[in-house]
Design a binder for this molecule. Sequence first.
Ligand code: ADP
Ligand code: ASP
Ligand code: MG
Length: 822
Amino acid sequence: MRVPTPSFMQVLKFGGTSVANGANILRVLDIVLEAARQDTVVVVVSALGGITDALMAAGQRAAAGQAAYQELLLHIEQRHLEAVKELIPVASQSAALSQVKRRCNELEAICSSVFALGELSARTLDRLMSFGELLSSQLVAARLQATGTAHAWHDSRALIRTNSRFGAAEVDFATTNQLIRDCVAAGPQAIHVVPGFIAADAAGTTTTLGRGGSDYSGAIFAVALQASRLEIWTDVSGMMTADPRLVRHAQPIAHISYQEAMELSHFGAKVLYPPTIQPVMHAGIPLRIKNTFAPADYGTLVEVAPPRTRDTVRGISSIGGLTLLNLEGSGMVGVPGFSKRLFEALARERVNVILITQSSSEHSISVAVGAADAERARTAVDEEFAHEISTRRLEPLRLETGLAIVALVGESMKNHPGISGRLFSALGHNGVNIRAIAQGSSEKNISTVIQASDVKKAINVLHEAFFEVEYKQINVFIVGVGNVGRKLLGQLQQQQRYLLDKLQLQLRVVALANSRQYVLDPNGLDLNTWEDRLAQGQELQLNDLVEQIHALNLRNSVFVDVTAAAEVADCYAALLAKSVAVVACNKVACASAYQNYARLKSLAREFNTSFLFETNVGAALPVIGTLNDLLRSGDVVQRMEAVLSGTLNFVFNHYDGRRPFAEVVRQAQDEGYTEPDPRLDLSGTDVARKILILAREAGVTMEMADIDNTAFLPAACLAGDVPAFYEQLAAHESHFRQLYDAATAAGRKLRFVASYNDGQAAVGLQAVGPDHDLYQLKGKDNVVLFYTNRYAEQPLVVKGAGAGADVTAAGVFADLMRAARV
Ligand code: ADP
Ligand code: ASP
Ligand code: MG
């Protein structure tokens, strides 16, 4: 006979997924039998995955008078009968089948009384829920029985003694320890199977330990038996750096301290039920989290002093469904006892306080509680302070709902400055508004209260900032797949691999739109097949697209406008106000009313994001960037002189009277240098927009109407549509010929020049001589001469190709990288 001694005892707890069906239970038993080769093993089992929820739902339906509760009971019975059939040879199934049927009959009897009474008390609910673990643990025992493995099954209700707080009963450890020791230590078996989650009060009435409470049962058995270890077997390979359902790149944490594990689970890491840790920590029992489906994985070891790692933050977790209670008023300042009364009022109502912050002025205290407790808390607090409220020394309690906490956890954070800074900047750049913050003085935990709808984004942003230094995701929304858009997609596709390998940047195009349709895929579109996807896309409503961008709420979102459309420019404000960066080669916004331009710039500043439009002037040439650099470093722009139209420069460099002017313009359009509407170029309007944008960027308040535009086109050319425009160009050939001949005769060249001088801007055709800076300007090149305080005599010159889809796309790409702050 084997007499177990405490040091040869292990407690293994298996969660709902681990025992979800017969096949999984077989895996569980492999693990158990392996452990039992060395030690006595206590196996604590959860209900089959989903059964506790089904039991609750059945009770609630019955109480609501819905006979459909019976369907749920049938489903519950079915799942267990199936598991019996998977686990036990046909010849010996009958005992196990009838055991399941007996339990299910009992269950049916309870539910029908609930149905008859139309009432479900907490006490009855506990009784109902207990069937999940009773059934699952008996299934495990039945399999051991069928395979002739020595074992004992015990009803935890005879072993774990609690008070009568149904739903989340508190354990009487002295009695429990004795009951467990007497029972388990006395038995000869090497394997003991017990249901998790359930217990009983002194009267023997069934209680439960709270949802997820089987973990806690494991700890209770481990402590009572002074086990050498407690293993929590679940469906993931350990406690992870973040909830793997929210963060794709979450990684298991190999080593963690009890304190850290406690903080993570307290702040929502569901993998471990929070009360589990305290008892094993006190008893010095190592706690391990392992994956039933990958038993060879290391898992997580929770211990006193885990080895140091590079990561200062050990993990990130979150809890949703919170309400912030704000108590405010001048009456609190300097008066002792307010917080005491506040917390006593909350305690009387058994309101669980999750986070507390107090402003240093003592003007306000904020307390985060579960939403279900909020109204009770309000009544209790307003009653407690009724006198102060009536005398206006305090405001009535103010509630903010729909909130969540995201917490960074790690004991070595206290030795590392700058963690909060990184947290604030990562969240700030992504438009996540922080409603409250708390940092324990022990600095194991920095908690932020944010909107529940921001949780997924916030956790991913923080996970990137603290665990994926080498990996950043940029989410791009592109509107426009014309000349430039196509080239941009080609460049992105070509660079995707490079960005990932060299810059650790995952650039994902999440949405793509032309003027009619759009396609959106939260996981990123395949840039090899975007044309097909877009062809099957949905009808485009820009407002809907913007709403979807907001609803997706993805981190590092950048909206790219490669259209020339005013409707698209009208969306920028809504995007910037939600911290979505905007990159535009579309000039409409920056050349619109000054007020609109200024508002977009200030929205970008206010919401900590970028509004970038380098390609508005000179395609990819660093014109706006250079201008900004000059100003930021204290220089002052006196004068600018520029050729800013690739189209016009191309036209005047190619027109020599031998081919008609109209034909040369047509060639410029065919080669992709013109605006979609070439009249914008030829009329000088496009150049006027550019010098306007430069003047504005130089700090001048200016409108389009302030620019002096001396047209060189006969008015008739602009009277009709684009085909009429070309006809009129042809009809006025002699006019263009004359301009050319006059210039050539004087040894000059025609340049369409934009100039800015001391607050005044003008555009117009000039014939410039060989000694002029603008004379030598080939092809479709642009040039900008900046005369500033520092560049007073010789200008700072930016020169190069100023038009063309390829270079414009490259400029947009560069802005995109800047917006992503790479
Ligand atoms: P069990 O039924 O085994 O008790 P639970 O569903 O209660 O399993 O807990 C495991 C689940 O917890 C995982 O599948 C995972 O989705 C979720 N989870 C949330 N946060 C974390 C985290 N930080 N680390 C690991 N798992 C987590
Ligand atoms: N079955 C219970 C629940 O779902 C206890 C547990 O699985 O830990 O809450
Ligand atoms: Mg669990």
